[in-house]
Every structure is written in structure tokens, then in C-alpha cells.
Unconditional design. Structure first.
Length: 252
């Protein structure tokens, strides 16, 4: 079997656009729901509910240029349905209707949402959280790191809690992987999040070829014609699962 294709930022964006155009016929809601479910399944697969019940779901800015935040909100809802106790950290809530609805759905599931750095620091104290779902930037990130995330990323790394990253660890270059990060003022703030687990969506991105942790793929929504057009060489998914674990030496 041909090796799985790893995508550049440009090709990943093209595939997303094609999924949602007239020929792909998916809505943004549908893709977020399927992606968020895959993220929640990854957390539940790796981190047992009895030991890692309290999940801190960190969501990025709510805009259509950064879909990871929406995936995180969906994942939080599913995690609550799975019996976990998620808390959503979202410092910049989206104003678009889809984000307002996703936030309301979390509220309806009695999921706490926090937005300040002080609240985040509180959730990173011992015993307050068991693991982190990183849904901050996704593959659309372009430096520099802006506030408050210039403080958020070091805080999350410093917590030493296990991190599950959505699509690519936040702060990593989508094609180069971990690189030195700077703020608008030129201050260095590390090289991105140190994740133990990664859930790639649709197909992996080139920047995660060097990722050393457990790596899952969630892209069971990609139509066969689209997968063939872009020569994605996607693996088979087991049973009815929305994720499949990848292994080393699978990159094209």
C-alpha cells in the first residue's frame, strides 16, 4: 500500500474548501461535528475516564480562519456525554452564529467555560485538571504569537499535564514543525506545545513528521473521490471508529 500523504498548508486549505463547496456539499457544522467527535474519541482512547476525568479543552479564536476552536467546543460536548468533566478555556469567543450555538450547546451540557488567564492558572493547579485538549490554533496558525496565547502556551507546557493536540501542536509551523516562537514585541516564548498525543484531521500535515508521541487520524468524512484526487492514501478505519492510530514511517 502507498504511504499516507502529509499535506502542506496550501493543500490542506484546498481540501477544506473543496469539502465545503458545491461538489463536496459538506457544511461547516457537519465537518466540525465529525472532527470534534474524532478529537473526543482520541482523548477517551488514550486517557481513561476514571483516571483522567477532568479535561481542560483550550479553544482558539472563534473565527472561520481558525476552525480548531470550534472542533474543541464539539469535542467538549462529546466528552461530557462520554462521562468526562470538561472545562472550556476560550479567551476570545467567536461572534459568528455557529460559535454562539456551539457555546450554547456546551452550556446546555453544564460545561464550565472560562476566559481569563487567572481562571486558566487556577485550572492548571494540582488536582484541578487531568489532561489538556489543545484546540487553539490548528493548521491555520501564522506567527507571531499574540496575546493572550503568548502567555497561555508556556503555562500549558509548564503544567506538565498530558496534552492532546488537534491537527498540529499549537505554535508549531504547519510545514516545518517546532520552530522558535516570538511575540509582536520580539520576545521568545518557546517552540510550541509539547503534546504527547496528536489527532490529525483529514490527513496529517507536513510539520508533524517529527512528532514522537501517539498519532491518530480522524478523517472518516473524506469522500473516496476527493481522497483519490489528492492521492491521500488514507488507511482503513477499524469497525465504526472515527479514528485510526498511525505508526512511524507512514509518511509520503
Amino acid at each position: 500500500m502507498s504511504r499516507l500523504r502529509y499535506l502542506t498548508s496550501k493543500i490542506a486549505q484546498e481540501i477544506d474548501e473543496e469539502l465545503m463547496n458545491a461538489s463536496g456539499a459538506f457544511s461547516l457544522d457537519q465537518l466540525m461535528e465529525l472532527a470534534g467527535l474524532a478529537c473526543a474519541q482520541t482523548v477517551a482512547t488514550v486517557y481513561d475516564r476514571e483516571k483522567y476525568r477532568k479535561v481542560l479543552v483550550c479553544c482558539g479564536p472563534g473565527n472561520q480562519a481558525s476552525l480548531a476552536g470550534g472542533d474543541g467546543l464539539v469535542a467538549a460536548r462529546h466528552l461530557a456525554m462520554f462521562g468526562y468533566e470538561p472545562t472550556v478555556y476560550m479567551p476570545k469567543p467567536g461572534s459568528k452564529d455557529i460559535y454562539k450555538r456551539l457555546q450554547q450547546q456546551c452550556t446546555n451540557c453544564d460545561i464550565q467555560t472560562i476566559s481569563s488567564l487567572e481562571e486558566l492558572k487556577g485550572k492548571l493547579q494540582p488536582g484541578k485538571s487531568d489532561c489538556i485538549l489543545d484546540a487553539i490554533f490548528g493548521f491555520s496558525f501564522k506567527p507571531p504569537v499574540r496575546a493572550p496565547f503568548d502567555e497561555v502556551l508556556p503555562l500549558l507546557n509548564g503544567s506538565k499535564l498530558p496534552i492532546v493536540a488537534v491537527d498540529i501542536p499549537s505554535g508549531w509551523d504547519v510545514e516545518k514543525g517546532p520552530v522558535e516562537l516570538k511575540t509582536n514585541e520580539g520576545t521568545t516564548v518557546g517552540d510550541g506545545l509539547n503534546a504527547e498525543v496528536l489527532i490529525s484531521l483529514t490527513a496529517p500535515k507536513e510539520g508533524v513528521k517529527s512528532f514522537k508521541g501517539r498519532h491518530f487520524l480522524g478523517g472518516r468524512f473524506v469522500p473516496k473521490l476527493l481522497a483519490e484526487k489528492y492521492a491521500l492514501n488514507l488507511p482503513d478505519y477499524p469497525g465504526f471508529a472515527q479514528i485510526v492510530e498511525l505508526h512511524s514511517n507512514s509518511a509520503l
